[in-house]
Design a protein around this ligand. Structure first.
Ligand code: M6R
Length: 366
């Protein structure tokens, strides 16, 4: 039940301090830098002989997959591609035993993702599934399944399962990196402690609910929205846009910030607000330059920024601060802030938040 919340989505957003703790519990050791994923069936030798990873998913799970690509490529020497389930099947991807497939699906029933992994297994690839639903189709089709332990998600808009998926894919990245000897125990320890701080820091984001709701109220009549970010904040921007369009019906699009000048800037006018994820990270200065390009077109900019950032407010109209965090943890926190933002825009517009029109929680047709 909704436990006093007006919508399942809001309840599920608020469950993230717990779900982020549960997903990592017993799996990460911040003293040794080891990752324990008992569910993994791959041997060390098999991991050592992998030549590539393909992540397959749809919708929000695809965005988690994009974050997985950044993480796996940062902590291992394996190249990664991310494919949309419905596209993978019709591509001429030559997969085989040296390709590891990671399929991400909250429901474990998404027809396109299930079909893609069946094909890949026939060709000899090992398939790891990341899902929330025990006994789901995907868990039966895969060689091994890593559960998100997030608890049931009722709202059609994925929230706590998105952050759970990111945590699992980061753990897989570290697991592969440690098994191949690509990442030192010290470096793994520091990523692990960053990940373990997420539960506590997500509480601090949730404390900003009223502030975020007030900002959302200002934009209920916006005709469309842009979301921009770079690096790990790029999939976070795509996810922010998906969440908003799905439940508020406002046309919204996410872009890699550097791509704006290659086309989308032509659309920008004063009445299209831009959400810019500009947390402290290696691409921060580039993000600030992109924000200046946007401001030059007189669009309103809402920045998602780090708590410690005292300079961003001079370049933007509104700032939502999230706790200071490393580059892996920070997009998770930004995503929680953007979930609240989408929720309140939709709520003030009177939308049926838990059951948006034309959408289903689990998409079992191809
Ligand atoms: O169950 P899955 O993770 O495979 O579902 C994939 C998408 O249908 C899903 O993420 C969808 O995009 C959500 N409604 C987004 O909030």
């Amino acid at each position: 039940e909704k436990c006093g919340y007006d919508h399942f989505m809001l309840k599920e957003i608020h469950e993230q301090p717990k779900s982020l703790k549960d997903v990592m519990s017993g799996r990460l050791n911040e003293f040794t830098g080891d990752v324990e994923l008992k569910e993994m069936t791959l041997t060390r030798a098999e991991i050592g002989s992998l030549k590539r990873v393909i992540i397959i998913a749809c919708g929000t799970s695809y965005h988690a997959g994009m974050m997985g690509k950044y993480a796996i490529e940062s902590v291992t020497d394996i190249p990664v591609s991310v494919e949309i389930g419905s596209e993978f099947r019709y591509s001429s991807n030559r997969v085989g035993p040296e390709t590891l497939i990671i399929a991400i699906s909250q429901s474990g029933e998404t027809a396109d993702t299930v079909a893609a992994i069946k094909d890949a297994r026939k060709k000899g690839s090992n398939v790891i599934a990341i899902t929330n639903v025990v006994g789901s189709t995907i868990s039966r089709e895969a060689d091994s399944t890593i559960y998100m332990r997030t608890g049931p998600e009722i709202g059609v808009a994925a929230t706590k399962t998105f952050t759970g998926q990111i945590a699992v894919i980061y753990m897989i990245a570290l697991y592969l990196g440690r098994a191949r000897g690509n990442i030192s125990p010290e470096d793994a320890r520091s990523i692990i402690s960053e990940m373990k701080s997420l539960s506590q820091k997500s509480k601090l984001v949730l404390e900003k609910e009223e502030y975020i709701a007030n900002i959302a109220r200002m934009f209920v009549n916006a005709p469309s929205f842009f979301f921009v970010g770079r690096n790990l904040n790029f999939p976070a921007a795509l996810e922010g846009a998906l969440k908003l369009k799905e439940i508020s019906y406002i046309y919204s699009e996410g872009f890699a910030a550097g791509e704006l000048k290659h086309g989308p800037l032509a659309l920008l006018t004063t009445n299209i607000p831009v959400v810019a994820i500009a947390t402290r990270c290696p691409t921060y200065d580039k993000m600030v330059s992109n924000i200046k390009e946007i401001k030059a077109r007189d669009a309103s900019v809402i920045a998602i920024a780090s708590e410690c950032d005292n300079k961003i407010s001079q370049f933007v109209d509104l700032v939502i601060k999230i706790p200071d965090a490393g580059e892996y943890a920070s997009p998770v926190l930004s995503s929680i802030a953007l979930q609240l933002f989408a929720y309140y825009v939709a709520r003030f517009r009177g939308c049926p938040i838990d059951k948006p029109r034309n959408l289903a929680k689990s998409v079992t047709v191809e």
